[in-house]
Structure formats: C-alpha cells, structure tokens
Design a protein around this ligand. Structure first.
Ligand SMILES: [Zn+2]
Length: 161
C-alpha cells in the first residue's frame, strides 16, 4: 500500500504535469499495469482533477490575478535579486542625465549672468571713476573757491580799500 501511496502522489503531481522522471514514469506505468487500484485512481484523477485544470487553461485569467502575480514577482525580484537594486540604480542614473542639460543650461545662464554683472560692475566702476574724476575736478575748485574768494576778496578789498 505504501508503494501505491507513493505512485498516487506522483500521479497527482508530476505525472499529470508531464514532468515525471523517465525512470519513475516507467516504474509507475509498469505498476499501473499490475495495480488495478492505481489505474482506477489515475482514471479518477484524470477525470476529476486534470480535466478542470485543462478547462481552466482555456479560461481567461482575471486581471487582478495577473496583477497580484506580477506584484509578487516584482517583490521577489526586489527582495532576492541584487540585479533588481542595480537596475533601480541604473534607472536613477538614466533619470539624472536628463537633468544634466537643465543643470548645464542653468550653469551657462549663471555664467552669462555673472559675466553680464561683471561688465555692469566694470561699467559702473568706470562711471564711478569718471564721477570721482569729475568730483576730484570739482572738489579742488570747490575747496579753493572759498579760499579763492577770501584770497581774491582780500586783494579786492585791498584793491578797493
Ligand atoms: Zn498501486
């Protein structure tokens, strides 16, 4: 009976799926020739167990089932497969180069802006220098004017007096 239980296990699993080892399949089929009980079991399995499976294969699989399967596979890949992390990192690197042109353009804008600011600063410095030059031209006269007036006033006063 233990032998029959073993073959019945095989009948329920690998033999139905066609994945049974050739030696096991040979011993199973030779046992089936000798054992009417296991033949009846195989017939019962084919009628009751295998038939619904073959019918189910022609039925459309619900999308929710595919989603759950896909999520399980992706979850397993992320948990066990180091290539999953590597691919995620690659995706991050793929996203980053897309930002590089933006960054580069920002740098160019910044450099152009700083250059423009520098030229403005130079222009302002020139203006300031010119202004200081003008002030320096005016200041001595302004500083001299009172002394001039006082000095010139004195000679004038001396002249008129
Ligand atoms: Zn048997």
């Amino acid at each position: 009976m233990k032998k029959c239980d073993h073959f019945k296990d095989l009948l329920l699993t690998d033999y139905i799926d066609g994945e049974l080892d050739k030696d096991l399949a040979g011993s199973l089929e030779s046992h089936l020739l000798d054992c009417g009980d296991c033949r009846a079991f195989l017939k019962e399995v084919k009628n009751n167990a295998a038939l619904p499976f073959t019918q189910a294969r022609h039925q459309p699989v619900p999308a929710e089932l595919w989603d759950s399967i896909r999520q399980n596979i992706e979850h397993e890949n992320q948990a066990t497969d180091p290539m999953g992390d590597f691919i995620e990192k690659l995706k991050g690197l793929v996203v980053f180069p897309r930002l590089v042109p933006v960054f580069a353009s920002l740098v160019i804008m910044f450099l152009a802006g700083s250059v423009t600011l520098n030229t403005i600063h130079v222009q302002q410095a020139k203006d300031k220098n010119q202004g200081e030059y003008l002030v320096s031209l005016l200041e001595p006269t302004g500083a001299l004017t009172p002394s001039d007036s006082s000095d010139s006033g004195t000679p004038i006063e001396h002249y008129f007096l």
